[in-house]
Write a protein that binds this ligand. Sequence first.
Ligand SMILES: [Zn+2]
Length: 211
Amino acid sequence: MAAVLWAVVAALPGCNLAVQPPRQPAPPEDDGLYYLPFEAGFATIVPQGNWGIAGQGSHLRKYAIDFAMPVGTRILAARSGVVDRIRDDCPNVNCPFDEERCCGNFVRIRHSDGTAAAYWHLVQFGSCVTVGQRVARGDVIGRSGNTGISLAPHLHFMVFAAEGGAGTGAFGPSRDGSMEVAFEDVQGSGVPALFMTVQSRNTVGHDWCAE
Ligand SMILES: [Zn+2]
């Protein structure tokens, strides 16, 4: 809004801008830390963690965490970065047993070290950011849903190693380049385990969904 105002002022004939337009506050640098991708105080359960459930499930040999949450829950960036991929036109349909034709919405954020976090199963048109946009940890980037290979409403969160790097963690190398990450606001090792209840301390920054 401020930018629009300044553009109008600048376009006025004879107007000489003596002062510089106010600068947008710079988002915090990427400090490499992860906080849970939903807002502080929200507590939920982990119905599936890294490597699946006893060698079964959609996380088989993947480092990925599911967080149960109602459709429409605000999704926060877990770590600062630049949005590099989005899909948000999949219909609000879940198709857990139809991997070939299934369509799920997601946002992917690339971090400064080349790793990238993916936020899956968002509601149709539920991403609130654009490719190339810089986001800070805590910014609201979208709304959760139940699209794609999903049994029930939840967020599927995973981080991929930088290009050329191996995705690995406590279970060994993953099959898809995903890697284990620890969250500052998860007790113990920081890695959410199966059926653990986790509570976020990620504070809401800019709400891109409220634009
Ligand atoms: Zn999942």
